[in-house]
Design a protein around this ligand. Structure first.
Ligand code: PAF
Length: 302
């Protein structure tokens, strides 16, 4: 294994030095690290990310530490989950900063493969997920869940962790990952963690960096509208009226295109027209150049 550290001005080649987080660049390095932990009888958690880490991600690391003896985070901006017109090129990248944050959160290793290592010349495999991948973001970003399924399956098979931790902020993604992990008999437990929010309720997201100061001030209205409607729905409010109310409220706050505002079953993600069992209220809408997504639980009263 040849662990390296994040390249920086003082360490341009990224060679490991004492006290830095090991950075693993190849699947061989990753497997060798995990095998060493396994020989010591240790359990392993994987936290897949696309980097530009914030406190939400660090919460996933901390949860990983509660669930396993060792935590490896992956940072990989996965090209297969972006359509050509989407923000793959401008997606924020800061490996040095990410490595420092991971180390401070107690992460034990960072897996940061190159695109060529993950998708070598001649790569020709795709994964298609139905069920929870249908509708919602699956309609507006048709490329996304196939790409997520592909890269997460690869990461699971590369690391073979005991458990993997994902945020509920990407609730549909979490349900899709649970689905294909079960369907493909991948022996990894998938754990979801509630969304980590800023003090004003905005869900933490790497894409919040695209917001201007004015847009940032308006953005929390998405969560406020969802939270108020969830309370009304739990108390028996009529679904169509509640969804229309959310649309009006966020449009008023300055959101532009609203991709969707929907109520779905919390487990299957099938559309529901009344709250008789746990449901989820999900929305995606554009604020300037940022496509913001959020979701909240709706638990029937009584
Ligand atoms: O949620 C993300 O950051 C990504 O979609 C994931 C799960 C790391 C796959 O690229």
């Amino acid at each position: 294994m040849t662990p390296t550290a994040a390249p920086s001005s003082s360490n341009p080649t990224g060679t490991l030095s004492a006290g830095t987080l090991p950075i693993l660049r190849t699947v061989e390095d990753l497997r060798s690290q995990v095998a060493a932990w396994r020989r010591e009888g240790l359990t392993v958690a994987l936290v897949p990310t696309m980097g530009a880490l914030h406190d939400g991600h660090l919460g996933l690391i901390r949860r990983g530490r509660e669930l396993a003896d060792r935590v490896v985070a992956s940072v990989f901006v996965n090209p297969t989950q972006f359509a050509p017109h989407e923000d793959f090129d401008r997606y924020p990248r800061d490996e040095g900063g990410d490595a420092a944050k991971l180390a401070s959160a107690g992460c034990h290793a960072l897996y940061a493969p190159t695109v060529r290592a993950m998708y070598p010349q001649g790569f020709a495999t795709a994964i298609s997920v139905g069920g929870p991948a249908e509708g919602l973001c699956g309609t507006f970003r048709p490329q996304m869940f196939g790409g997520v399924a592909l890269v997460v399956t690869k990461l699971f098979l590369q690391a073979l962790p005991d458990v993997a931790v994902f945020g509920e902020k990407d609730y549909q993604q979490l349900m899709v990952i649970r689905r294909f992990t079960r369907d493909l008999d991948i022996p990894v437990r998938v754990e979801g963690l509630p969304t980590v929010r800023e003090a004003d309720g905005l869900a933490m997201s790497s894409r919040n960096a695209y917001l201007s100061a004015d847009e940032r001030a308006r953005a929390p209205e998405l969560n406020r509208a969802l939270t108020a409607a969830a309370a009304a729905l739990a108390g028996g409010a009529e679904v169509d009226g509640a969804l229309t109310g959310i649309r009006g409220r966020i449009a008023e706050a300055g959101f532009g295109t609203i991709d969707y505002v929907e109520l779905r079953d919390a487990e299957t993600l099938e559309p529901v027209s009344a709250v008789t069992r746990p449901a989820r209220l999900l929305a995606a809408a554009w604020m300037g150049k940022a496509r913001l997504i959020d979701n909240v639980p709706v638990i029937p009263a009584g």
